[in-house]
Structures are given as structure tokens and as C-alpha cells.
Design a protein around this ligand. Structure first.
Ligand SMILES: [Zn+2]
Length: 92
């Protein structure tokens, strides 16, 4: 079993790495969700069901900027190239 392939170990809403099971979202039955992180998905539903892709890019850019100590413009480039490829945003 290779968990590192195809970017499947990142949240399909925000791109957060899901290697640590504690970061994974929770299903309505209390189990861990394989596709989404705890910040995006809890108890079987999205925490921000109405969020747009543009807002998510802004949020993630802020997070990257803080975590990696990058300039916001640079973080936004990273977010803007990652977020639209995730499963949650493919149906638009
Ligand atoms: Zn997420």
C-alpha cells in the first residue's frame, strides 16, 4: 500500500497533507474521512459548505504564509495552483 502517490494524502478541499490520521476529517459515524481534513470536514459534512474556491485560495494562502513564513503573494501563487486541482472544486 502506497499512501504517498497521486496526491491522495492531501485534503481534497484545501490541500493540507493528511499523512497524520489525526488531521483527517470525521464521518458522521465517527470514523476518519480519507479525503478531507479536520478543518474542512467534520461529522460527515463540510465545515464551510458555502465557501467559494476563491475564498478557499485566500484562506489557504494565509495559512501557507504563516506556516512557511512566505510572502503572501508567493503563498497565494502556491494556493492558486493547487486548490483548483482538488476534487472538491472539480464539479464547477
Ligand atoms: Zn482541508
Amino acid at each position: 500500500m502506497d499512501l504517498e502517490n497521486d496526491g491522495k494524502c492531501t485534503c481534497q478541499s484545501c490541500g493540507l497533507p493528511l499523512r497524520d490520521p489525526n488531521v483527517r476529517g470525521t464521518n458522521s459515524d465517527g470514523g476518519r474521512n480519507e479525503s478531507y481534513c479536520y478543518f474542512c470536514y467534520r461529522n460527515g459534512s463540510f465545515t464551510m459548505p458555502g465557501i467559494t474556491m476563491e475564498r478557499m485560495i485566500d484562506k489557504v494562502a494565509n495559512m501557507i504564509s504563516m506556516k512557511k513564513n512566505l510572502a503572501l503573494a508567493q503563498s497565494k501563487q502556491i494556493a492558486a495552483s493547487t486548490i483548483p486541482t482538488l476534487a472538491r472544486w472539480q464539479s464547477r
